[in-house]
Design a protein around this ligand. Structure first.
Ligand SMILES: Nc1nc2c(ncn2[C@@H]2O[C@H](COP(=O)(O)OP(=O)(O)OP(=O)(O)O)[C@@H](O)[C@H]2O)c(=O)[nH]1
Ligand SMILES: [Mg+2]
Length: 475
């Protein structure tokens, strides 16, 4: 039987560290309240030395707040008045005894409280060490621990919602379910290999195995299909405004921004450089790029601008392809569209609707039939809400603002899912080529390990180190 991997950090039983750690848990700068956090077996003993309440600290109930004076135990001089709460093991964030000292939120006062805690025997926590301890004490898995960073760093409502769902364990549940299906399949295959004569086990046909692998591939593809959307929720959407010269690209940027940011003139070739601005569409930051109109030109500066436009196009996630709806000849727009259409999401923006006639409109509509089309007048401001909505929908995809049950936002998770998919495809090849079931078992095991990496069961120690080092101190 091939053993499944397990990381060496995490033992089978509850993790114990000899050190009691401490850090300032609130951000630097001035604030009403600042918190110094202590975690570990000595935390209650340490707090009893420096906190002087009416009744002794050792009589404090867990999860209650007590008022007292924080003192320097060397000379009994007061440092600050404050509140203290104890969260006894295992019912705490780290699973260890945690003490939080709430004092006034000035950097000097917090520093003095921290120094006193250190003098009483704690050591300063490394970045992410509280969460690392929570992970090692099985209070949360790795995907949940990563969600803690995502919550702290969330810049949009939707990113926050996705991170909250990960922290609640929804992602881990789904990954575990996908993993469990493969573990069951592997057990059956290995039982057959180990006990070929045992009739009770029942033999699995190649077709049966293939269809179970197919189901797992579909489940993994389902996760992967949410990644593009997940990246946008986390980092915002890069949208590029593209079109022939003079179609109204800069006018569109200005009206979306609600300010006269880009120069607009009736002369084709006005914009030379890329103009980049961020707008907020229903909580999603959209980085809009206005570009040089694309046309044949002998002007060296304009030519450079056009080259920049094509380079930026590669990096954009959404193209707003602007067409002048009032013009009769759209042959150049069609040629340009062919160059731009590279599998990216495109919204066709028919501009200058205030002066467009039925003839030119019919021609345009027919040429771009089946595309997502929004009709606007950048000059009059018509159709802009519809365009904002279309941009928003292209960013949030099918969820239309309701964060799906599980959405992949983390590049590490995507990589593990990709690897699991490769393993399962190799397993299918092994069936197709009639290779021995050992090969098959090995590939399925590889896929199981990759899924285990996401929740931290099979993650290598250096990756664990790297993940927790991204945290801030005090979390
Ligand atoms: N009637 C009408 N005119 C418009 C509209 N939008 C833009 N224009 C005019 O079209 C001309 C070109 O507008 P721009 O926004 O500079 O066009 P552009 O695509 O950025 O042009 P380049 O930077 O040269 O590529 C200006 O005279 C605008 O006032 C519109 O909705 N209706
Ligand atoms: Mg322009």
């Amino acid at each position: 039987m091939i053993p499944l991997k397990e990381n060496t950090w995490k033992g089978q039983s509850s993790f114990k560290s000899a050190d009691t750690i401490t850090a300032i848990a609130t951000p630097s700068g001035e604030g009403g309240i600042g918190i110094v956090r202590i975690s570990g077996s000595q935390s209650i003993k340490i707090s009893a030395e420096l906190f002087k309440p009416k009744k002794p600290v050792k009589e404090f109930k867990s999860h209650c707040l007590y008022y007292g004076t924080i003192i320097n135990p060397l000379n009994n001089s007061p440092i600050d008045d404050g509140l203290l709460t104890i969260m006894k093991s295992p019912h705490s964030y780290t699973g260890e005894d945690i003490v939080e000292i709430h004092c006034h939120g000035g950097s000097l006062i917090l520093q003095r409280v921290l120094e006193t805690v250190l003098k009483c025997g704690a050591r300063i926590a490394e970045p992410g060490e509280f969460t690392k301890r929570a992970f090692l004490n099985n209070k949360m898995d790795l995907a949940q621990a990563e969600a803690v960073i995502d919550i702290i760093r969330a810049k949009t409502d939707l990113a926050l919602e996705a991170a909250r769902k990960h922290l609640s364990g929804r992602l881990s549940e789904k990954i575990n379910a996908a993993k469990e299906d493969l573990v069951n399949l592997l057990c059956h295959i290995e039982a057959e290999l180990d006990f070929p004569d045992e009739e009770d086990i029942g033999s699995l046909s190649n077709i049966g195995i293939n269809s179970r692998i197919e189901n797992s591939i579909a489940a993994i593809n389902n996760f992967l299909s949410t990644y593009e959307e997940g990246k946008i929720l986390l980092n915002g959407l890069k949208a590029i405004i593209i079109g022939r010269a003079n179609v109204g690209k800069s006018s569109l940027l200005n009206i979306l921004l609600k300010e006269e940011r880009a120069v607009v003139t009736p002369m084709p070739g006005t914009t030379r450089d890329i103009i980049e601005e961020v707008i907020n569409i229903k909580g999603i930051p959209v980085r809009l790029m206005d570009t040089a109109g694309l046309r044949e030109t002998k002007d060296a500066v304009e030519e450079i601008g056009i080259r920049f436009t094509m380079e930026r196009l590669k990096k954009a996630q959404l193209v707003l392809f602007v067409v002048d709806a009032a013009q009769d000849d759209i042959s150049e727009d069609l040629k340009l569209f062919e160059k731009v259409e590279t599998g990216k999401k495109i919204i066709m923006v028919f501009n200058k609707m205030d002066i467009a006639d039925k003839y030119s409109m019919d021609k345009l509509t027919k040429s771009f039939a089946g595309r997502s089309i929004v009709k606007i007048s950048a000059r009059k401001g018509n159709g802009i809400d519809e365009l904002r909505n279309a941009i928003y929908l292209s960013a949030v995809g099918q969820s239309a603002g309701d964060v799906q049950d599980v959405i992949i936002t983390n590049a590490r998770h995507k990589k593990s899912l990709d690897k699991a998919l490769d393993n399962l495809k190799s397993a299918q090849d092994a069936i197709k080529n009639d290779l021995s079931r050992e090969f098959l078992a090995c590939e399925i095991k590889g896929a199981i390990d990759c899924l285990g990496e996401i929740i931290g069961e099979t993650t290598s120690d250096d990756i664990l180190e790297r993940i927790f080092s991204q945290f801030c101190i005090g979390k």
